[in-house]
Design a protein around this ligand. Structure first.
Ligand code: ZN
Length: 171
């Protein structure tokens, strides 16, 4: 059997592709089977085909986070929002399963994200208590977002129903 390189999160997918082996847990097994459709082995490496047809190298989250950090800070002071960050990393040909969570975490922790340009930084710190209209960084929930979230709760749709949808967007 050929040895195929794959990060730890993708091992179940690789196992299935190579030997049709599935986890004992039925739900997990179905998940692996469903995800595996997008994966293939090229030159002894597990790759993922994105919906746009880009071949993505499957990487460990550590490497993925480094890539995200590069993209996030690399664009002359423009701090990319988490979803755009992930999209860019994926377009560059990288994939890992926790990318969106990692991107959110990175943006949340980024000190530079307190401002979105050095000019506005001085302005923002000078008038810190006055909310800037319209152009808040993406990772801060806007009023509309907060209202939407409240709307979910008010309309009786429980957050746990929303969560699986978000997770399925990750894979
Ligand atoms: Zn930032």
């Amino acid at each position: 059997m050929t040895v195929v390189e794959a990060p730890s999160w993708a091992q179940p997918i690789l196992k299935f592709l190579v030997s049709r082996e599935l986890p004992a847990d039925e739900i997990l097994a179905r998940q692996v089977q469903r995800r595996a459709v997008a994966y293939t082995i090229v030159d002894r490496e597990l790759v993922r085909r994105s919906v746009t047809g880009v071949f993505q190298r499957c990487v460990e989250p550590d490497k993925g986070i480094a890539i995200l950090r590069d993209i996030h800070q690399g664009e002359c002071g423009h701090h990319t929002a988490s979803k755009a960050l992930v999209a860019k990393a994926f377009r560059h040909g990288y994939f890992w399963s926790t990318a969106l969570d990692d991107a959110k975490e990175l943006v949340r922790k980024c000190k530079g994200c307190q401002c979105f340009s050095s000019k506005q930084h001085m302005l923002a710190s000078a008038i810190k208590t006055i909310p800037l209209p319209g152009r808040l960084p993406y990772h801060r929930p806007s009023n509309a977002q907060v209202e939407r979230e409240n709307g979910f709760i008010l309309s009786g749709i429980k957050p746990r129903l929303v969560e699986p949808l978000e997770h399925s967007a990750d894979c």
